[in-house]
Write a protein that binds this ligand. Structure first.
Ligand code: PLP
Length: 376
């Protein structure tokens, strides 16, 4: 089925290079831990992917651990840091708009006696004054996302690191970099953060691979999955070689393509302009990703808009894909952004990929303008 796909923040279409790398890995099907030729070939593919992802993140390959997804990387980072740092301090600093794969582990830690401070991200801006205050006391660790998956807001992590240095804290900084990876121009996440989470399927790789960057400053992070000791002991389990090889290929392609970010930004800009005078409300954070545009269509509940657009073969999302089936619980991320209930109920996330064309964006704008007339 041919879709007009504007939901790449949920999952991006895999790039050709990723599919080719996966196919090679399915053909060379050895287990990377085996010492024979087939095993060495598979290990070679994992090593290549590690170099490619590391180069894209601007870090040393040995600092990259492959695991199954961004969710697993966030859980590994958070529960690992809680174990190593929990004896020194019980306070964790995060934001009020993290993805559930960060927010839920932190809620679990609260039940175990940690106290969690959630910095405001109202209007898409991180409350750095509160951070300064909170760092007066010892902190176990911080977990702050690079960019928000619903609003596209990019948070000031360089500012966070600056304040951490000024306050003299030794607490590690973890970052959920899933949405920001390769979408923020000249990003230096690995030099700002101690741990960074990445996910393959948001950058044109396949589902089933994620990565965790762990800087050399973090020693003895305890493994979450125990077993055969793969991935330097941090992530046991036979590596998903096709998905890892595809991750590396997608990261290399995206990092090498200097036109990619400006192209995504131009599509977003086209849709923004195309919605002028349509009555559609645009929610624009001061610093934002090039590929996410969050809107509300006054008087048109998200479910109506999703059905209306789906009937035309247009795929967008109402908030994040992960929470789409739990809308009745409200949307904490959009509330944290400061949207009133009416704008949350009528909100849509449009997200762009390099495969989208200007023509497709024009069709999207026409459909959204039509949709705005459904007003209840
Ligand atoms: N973090 C953010 C910001 C995300 O947007 C997502 C997925 O939507 C994840 C983490 C989880 O990644 P994965 O789907 O690879 O588990």
């Amino acid at each position: 089925m041919a879709y007009l796909y504007f939901d790449s923040a949920a999952t991006a279409p895999p790039v050709k290079e990723a599919l080719e790398a996966a196919e090679r890995a399915y053909t060379e099907y050895g287990n990377p831990s085996s010492l024979h030729g087939a095993g060495l070939a598979a290990k070679g593919m994992v090593d290549t992917a590690r170099r490619q992802v590391a180069k894209a993140l601007r870090c040393q390959p040995e600092r990259i651990t492959f695991l199954s997804c961004g969710t697993e990387a966030n859980n590994q980072a958070i529960f690992g840091l809680a174990k190593t740092r929990g004896k020194r301090a019980k306070k964790i600093i995060t934001t009020d708009s993290e993805h559930p794969s960060v927010a839920e582990p932190l809620k679990a830690l609260e039940k175990e006696g940690f106290s969690v401070v959630r910095l405001s991200t109202k209007g898409g801006v991180l409350d750095l004054d509160r951070l300064k205050e909170e760092l007066r006391e010892p902190v176990a660790f911080l977990s702050i996302m690079r960019a928000n998956n619903e609003t596209g807001a990019v948070y000031d992590l360089a500012g966070v690191r600056k304040i951490m240095t000024l306050c003299g804290t030794d607490a590690p900084l973890h970052c959920d970099g899933v949405q920001g990876f390769l979408k923020v121009e000249n990003d230096r996440l690995a030099s700002i953060c101690d741990l960074v989470t990445l996910s393959a399927h948001k950058i044109g790789g396949l589902k089933g691979a994620g990565a965790l960057y762990v800087s050399e400053r973090i020693r003895n992070l305890p493994a979450y999955l125990l077993g055969g000791g793969q991935e330097n002991g941090l992530r046991s389990g036979t590596e998903n070689v096709p998905a890892i090889a595809a991750f590396g290929a997608a990261a290399e392609k995206a990092a090498d393509d200097k036109e990619r970010i400006p192209y995504l930004a131009s599509l977003r800009e086209q849709v923004k302009r195309g919605l002028e005078d349509s009555g559609v409300i645009l929610h624009i954070p001061p610093v934002h990703l090039p590929n996410i545009l969050h809107i509300s269509i006054p008087g048109v509940p998200s479910s109506w808009a999703l059905n209306f657009l789906a009937a035309k073969g247009i795929c967008v999302s109402a908030g994040s894909a992960c929470s789409a089936r739990e809308k009745k619980k409200g949307n904490p991320v959009l509330s944290a952004f400061g949207l009133p209930a009416e704008e949350i109920e009528t909100s849509l996330r449009l997200s762009f990929d390099t495969r989208n064309t200007g023509e497709e964006c024009a069709l999207l704008c026409d459909a959204l303008r039509e949709c705005a007339k459904l007003k209840r």
